[in-house]
Write a protein that binds this ligand. Structure first.
Ligand code: MRU
Length: 309
């Protein structure tokens, strides 16, 4: 399954807002379309956002647009995932933006396969693995980071079970990760976000693998809810791993300086189209958590498993 593809000089994206009800596609014909797709979360997940942004730059180049303006506008689409900035800067420096974007597309697939290979080493027969949000094929070009680890262990013949939490408010765990696992016949169960601590206390979860939107000095930024899972895992001594490509790392910055995206209040006020609180309720809706490095067992990269930085 390819989350995004370059087809007839257009960027073809799986519309992730429609999954699991339907598998449909959105075509971006110019860089402005790519910005809308990133803002509206038609394409989401740090690596997929990065590669989509690279093709956005390629579309701007092919249309003879002002590349500096395009770069600035694409970077403003979402503030937290580091891959967005990394990808735009890399394409901006290249001689041929389309060739560079196509290269990054292939690199993303190869990188995830390598993350999967390294990560499978920590997965044992009989493991029940909790994952949060969607760090699967849908968050990348293909295969996935955290779910790439799961896929790889499953294809090695290991007897594993996956638990996905819902990942309120946008439901990436319930809608996307569960769907991905079911497509592939990997045993999966859905839990409410609030249930993971209890299940850890009952020895029902014995490993956690999540993705990352940014890794810097002091820890990891990932989807909101990750910190609660990490704290419970630490308390119950459940190994807590992060799987991410080296393009998600910033070796210079402090993780505590990350700009955390605040999203629309209606994402919290409504669920499945229904209002779940009194009209006009004030909301706080941060999209990401900062997980301090003390809570992280290891980071699975394409070059092997390393300590947090
Ligand atoms: O807001 P999203 O859905 O773009 O969130 C980002 C993520 O997909 C997650 O935080 C994910 O776990 C890491 S990206 C592979």
């Amino acid at each position: 399954m390819r989350t995004l593809e370059w087809e007839d000089n257009k960027l073809k994206l799986i519309d992730q807002t429609k999954i699991p009800d339907e598998l449909s596609y959105v075509y971006c014909e110019n860089y402005e379309d790519v910005i809308v797709a990133i803002k509206d979360m038609i394409v989401r997940g740090a690596p997929a956002i990065g590669v989509a942004a690279a093709f956005g730059m390629a579309l701007a180049y092919l249309a003879g647009e002002d590349m500096e303006k395009a770069a600035e506008e694409i970077k403003a689409a979402r503030p937290t995932a580091i891959n967005l900035f990394w990808a735009v800067d890399r394409v901006a420096k290249s001689e041929d933006p389309l060739e560079e974007a196509l290269k990054m597309y292939q690199e993303d697939i190869d990188t995830n396969l390598a993350i999967g290979r390294h990560g499978a080493e920590i997965i044992e027969d009989g493991d029940t693995i909790l994952t949060h949000c969607n760090a699967g094929a849908l968050a990348c070009v293909d295969y996935g980071t955290a779910l790439g680890v799961v896929r790889s262990a499953f294809h090695q013949g290991k007897d594993i079970n996956v638990i996905c939490d819902e990942t309120r408010p946008r439901g990436q765990g319930a809608r996307l990760s569960v769907w991905e696992m079911q497509q592939e016949g990997i045993p999966v169960k859905l839990i409410p976000d609030v249930a993971s601590g209890y299940l850890m206390s009952q020895y029902k979860i014995n490993k956690i693998v999540i993705g990352a939107d940014r890794i810097a000095k002091g820890g990891v930024v990932n989807k909101i809810g990750s910190l609660m899972v990490a704290l419970a895992a630490n308390h119950f001594h459940v190994p807590f791993y992060v799987a991410a490509p080296l393009s998600t790392f910033d070796f210079e910055a402090s993780i505590f300086d990350t700009e955390i995206e605040e999203r629309d209040a209606d994402e919290v006020r409504y669920y499945g189209g229904c209002r779940i609180c009194p009209e006009g309720t004030e909301v706080i809706n941060p999209a990401f958590d900062i997980i301090p490095k003390e809570l992280i067992t290891g980071i699975i990269t394409e070059e092997g498993i390393i300590d947090p930085i």
